[in-house]
Design a protein around this ligand. Sequence first.
Ligand SMILES: *Cc1c(COP(=O)(O)O)cnc(C)c1O
Length: 426
Amino acid sequence: METSTVFLNAATTIGGGFRRHTTSATLLSRNPYLTTPFSFLPPNKQLQHQSRFNLPNTTTTTCGTNIAPAVGVNSPVSVPSDTVDINWDTIGFGLVHTDHMYTMKCSLGGSFSKGELVPFGNIELSPCAGVLNYGQGLFEGLKAYRTEDDNILLFRPEENAKRMMMGAERMCMPSPSVDQFIQAVKDTVLANERWHLVSCFRYPPPGKGSLYIRPLLIGSGSVLGLAPAPEYTFMIYVSPVGNYFKEGLSPINLIIETEMHRATPGGTGSVKTIGNYAAVLKAQGAAKAKGYSDVLYLDSVHKKYLEEVSSCNIFIVKGNSISTPDIKGTILPGITRKSIIDVARNEGFQVEEREVTVDELLDADEVFCTGTAVVVSPVGSITYLGKSVTYGSHGVGLVSQQLYSSLTRVQMGLVDDKMGWIVKLK
Ligand SMILES: *Cc1c(COP(=O)(O)O)cnc(C)c1O
């Protein structure tokens, strides 16, 4: 039950009637919620997201993920309000469907052009689509933050664009150019701006929530024999999300997986291809059933070096030194990882990208994970072969706290962007 359902706050007193309000029932019926694709919340946070409404027919999959059924998503979404009231304190990381999505097509050997914004809704695919049969698909993830002065900031979107291009190369797909990718992200964010925040009343306070942006690239053309699909579709949808952890940072508990692996040398671990994520559900589900937040993977050859968690990178802290596994083809090159390395170096830490052993992990002062969703997530405990090690008596380590704060301040536009990481939309 780590995932959240979301409700829209009908008690719209903020703004004093300036805005037109929509009842939550209307919004609810038009905006079905699916649960988060993201993977971890600490056990003590598992019940904090509560739905105010009973969503009918909620089913539980074998892997423990609650799926609220999609209702009417194939009809164009039009909520009769200029703004949308969202309870940013409880929204968590569930999916809220918004108004528009972006779509752009391309044939194999061609190049992408003429993308367009269309109402958010279901897409039509042949049962023979390459993505459905052979897993030709990639995704990306980034966030837009609203600032006090009503701008919207993207964090290093060109890095996501480049990573999608690298992934597309590996998966034999054409991809949008960096410029096309960034323009599409901008268009989609602006088209869904009313879902992002209500700016005139500074509500929610900048820093409380953000707009999560999910670009997808799939082999949409039909293919029977194993081969690259003849046609590709690039899409972007967005969802308002709260801060991953309600009270800011909150430690997670990880278990080291010793049987299953996320990636192998020569495989696709370093690209955000869709199949990598179905592949981790089994170990993740088992870990969650035992009360852990997520799984930490080891290298598949020696079973002794750290790789990463299902959807985030890992760092260990020992004294003034911070280490993280180096990128060697089996680890996803996280943009948060890369940014945290720079931030930590700027703040005087010695940062090493190298092989990190389980023994070092168990002996560390502090451990934390990084990823777009969580930014920095402190690790409270690691369990390995039945033994658990805790860090900072389950508290939030000082280094994790410091780096989280430094990076989120840049992302939210609260400090000067000395690194040139921010793209302003207005
Ligand atoms: C997306 C992802 C990360 C984090 O990457 P960011 O760019 O920081 O969001 C780490 N590991 C895996 C496996 C991922 O899919």
